[in-house]
Design a protein around this ligand. Structure first.
Ligand code: CP
Ligand code: NVA
Length: 302
């Protein structure tokens, strides 16, 4: 088994499915108030170089529910923010804590951190991937649809960290994925090539309707991710038409599910009506960050 959870494709399908099973068990225990202190006395260090609501709260609460403790470290208030080498921080952190979660910009930085850190490291989002989110997303679909591995999924919008994580998920689990992005905002060529090598069934298009037609799960994310705030206006123009709205839902499967990792820009990539509508499983996704990450932490840190 891997020491770290940095990217979905580092893990085998069976290992990820075992995480889902543990998440199901932990969620049931949490719901009925049964103690599940799998990480009693353990500490998770959480390094944030970008903002967060769900990731911070779900990891911190998750550690508490597992009988452990979490430490919030904002990079602005640590020596990392003043340029201390990643390898020095990583080596010191491993002397204090039993695991580290990092949210930062570059995937290479997380990989370097993990390579220098003797304890497990979890990727809490980089510019390239958001593996904990896609795990929570798939777990959520599995709660709503037993045949989740056979469904047809689509991605509408930016070829960003979430799109890449869905591409990786399609490569690992083998489901069909259609990705619609505007020209110039396609997913990373390396991520695409690695998925292709694994035989992933993915169609890339610039037509949102082609991606959504008959799809059973529709997914989107903000047009400008964290760090791209200055591009907001230019992106708003480029992404016109790449919105999940009631018109697009009409051409998807009649019982399709709608997902969004949040935070959302209501009225841009998705309408208010769809977020609040009966097909939305968006807030279940948000909740499941907690249960799935507890399973990831317990798997790595036990
Ligand atoms: N979806 C997600 O990671 O949310 P936060 O940015 O609030 O952590
Ligand atoms: N793509 C978004 C996801 C936020 C959870 C971002 O990176 O800002």
């Amino acid at each position: 088994m891997n020491k770290d959870f940095l990217c979905l494709t580092d893990w085998k399908r069976e290992e990820l499915e075992a995480i889902f099973e543990l998440a199901r068990d932990l969620k049931a225990k949490q719901k009925c108030g049964e103690e599940h202190h799998l990480l009693k006395g353990k500490t998770l260090g959480m390094i944030f170089e970008k903002s967060s609501t769900r990731t911070r709260v779900s990891f911190e609460v998750g550690m508490f529910q597992l009988g452990g403790h979490a430490l919030f470290l904002s990079s602005g208030n640590t020596q990392m923010g003043r340029g201390e080498p990643i390898k020095d921080t990583a080596r010191c952190m491993a002397r204090y804590v039993d695991g580290v979660m990092i949210r930062t910009f570059s995937q290479e930085a997380v990989e370097e951190f993990a390579a220098c850190c003797e304890v497990p490291v979890v990727n809490g989002l980089t510019d390239l991937y958001h593996p904990c989110q896609v795990m929570a997303d798939l777990f959520t679909v599995s709660e709503h649809r037993v045949d989740w591995r056979e469904l047809s999924y689509c991605w509408i919008g930016d070829g960003n960290n979430m799109a890449h994580s869905w591409i990786n998920a399609a490569a690992v689990f083998g489901f069909e994925l259609r990705v619609a992005t505007p020209q110039g905002y396609q997913p990373d060529a390396g991520v695409r090539a690695r998925a292709e090598e694994r035989g992933a069934r993915i169609l890339y298009t610039d037509d949102p309707r082609e991606a959504a037609r008959g799809a059973q799960v529709l997914n989107t994310d903000v047009w400008a991710s964290m760090g791209q705030e200055a591009e907001q206006k230019e992106r708003e123009k480029a992404f016109q038409g790449y919105q999940i709205n009631s018109d697009l839902l009409k051409i998807a499967a009649a019982d399709s599910l709608v997902m969004h990792c949040l935070p959302a820009h209501r009225g841009e990539e998705i309408t208010d009506e769809v977020i609040e509508g009966p097909q939305s499983i968006i807030f279940d996704e948000a909740e499941n960050r907690l249960h799935v990450q507890k399973a990831i932490l317990a798997t790595l840190m036990k």
